[in-house]
Design a protein around this ligand. Structure first.
Ligand code: CP
Length: 301
């Protein structure tokens, strides 16, 4: 059964995931810039972004429009939240405009769950604090599937600021459900305290990550969510954890992914992203098709 909302990667079982990949593939194969699909004809989608975003916001808007939905763009800083209106009243107000679906990004973990207690409409989590970013994990998985045509037996490393990353959380859950092997690489202070609840192996050597992996998912330092004092210095972090061209080209059969935005010169040497096995731009393109698939399947349920 397909879930009512997409708030966590845990909402999707293996069957749901392959339904999304098949639908995304259908949209990709049949994409025509001069014609729209009618999956969301008659639906209104509220794009409720309380935190900054480029990729997620624009790709959800494009996805909704390619499915013939009406879209409402909500920006917290220019809304009546700035006059003291509560989040609950804001949602009730948008609900009163006969919206059908909410795409929610918020700097606080748990906000999409909270909104689901206020409205019966469909909720999609577009990233909530350090909690989850399930559609990023979906587009990452779709990108991997298109490249390798399987997940079983694939070795996938997530490298960098795991502690503050909602992308890492969603990816670990989803890639495990798809039977890939996931390892985490990074500085000890950027790892969660209770790693054993994820049953994930922790390593700290980026050369080992490159050597072991079929897929390398690099993460930026999420300074907006990071406590101070977790790293001795930026130059030390760069020295030990930056993916340089010299390190990356030692391995032939590997792809590079990054959810973006990238801090070039910190976690990534910009020369690496020009290689044929960098998937960063393809992840963005695939983001529109996977988000179309999610919205279509949730609306049909
Ligand atoms: N990957 C991602 O969530 O990027 P944005 O913050 O630009 O949406």
């Amino acid at each position: 059964m397909f879930p009512k909302n997409l708030i966590s990667a845990e909402n999707l079982n293996k069957k749901n995931l392959y339904q999304i990949f098949e639908k995304a593939h259908y949209f990709e194969e049949n994409y025509n810039p001069k014609e729209k699909f009618d999956d969301l004809f008659g639906h209104t989608v509220a794009l409720a972004f309380f935190e900054n975003s480029t990729r997620t916001r624009l790709s959800f808007e494009l996805a909704a429009k390619r499915l013939s939905a009406e879209t409402l763009n909500f920006t917290a800083s220019t809304s009546s939240l700035a006059k003291g209106e509560s989040l609950a009243d804001t949602i009730r107000t948008i609900d009163a405009m006969l919206v059908n679906m909410y795409v929610i990004r918020n700097q606080y973990a748990g906000v999409p769950n909270f909104v689901a207690t206020i409205t019966d409409n469909i909720i999609i989590n577009a990233g909530d604090g350090k909690h989850e970013h399930p559609t990023q994990a979906l587009l990452d998985a779709y990108t991997i599937l298109k490249h390798y045509s399987k997940f079983e037996g694939l070795k996938i490393s997530i490298v960098g600021d795991i502690l503050n990353s909602r992308v890492a959380r969603s990816n670990i859950v989803m890639l495990r459900e798809l039977c890939a092997e996931v390892r985490l690489f990074g500085a000890g202070t950027l790892m969660p305290q209770h790693l054993n609840c994820w049953n994930a192996e922790l390593h700290n050597d980026i050369d080992e990550a490159i050597n072991w992996s079929d897929v390398l998912i690099m993460l930026r330092l999420q300074n907006e969510r990071m406590q101070s004092g977790l790293l001795p210095s930026m130059s030390e972090y760069i020295k030990f954890y930056q993916l340089t061209l010299e390190k990356f080209i030692k391995k032939d059969k590997i792809i590079l992914m990054h959810p973006g935005p990238v801090n070039y010169g910190v976690e990534l040497d910009h020369r690496v992203t020009k290689l044929h096995n960098s998937m960063i731009d393809r992840q963005v393109t695939n983001g529109v098709f996977t988000r179309m698939a999610v919205m279509s399947l949730l609306a049909k349920k």
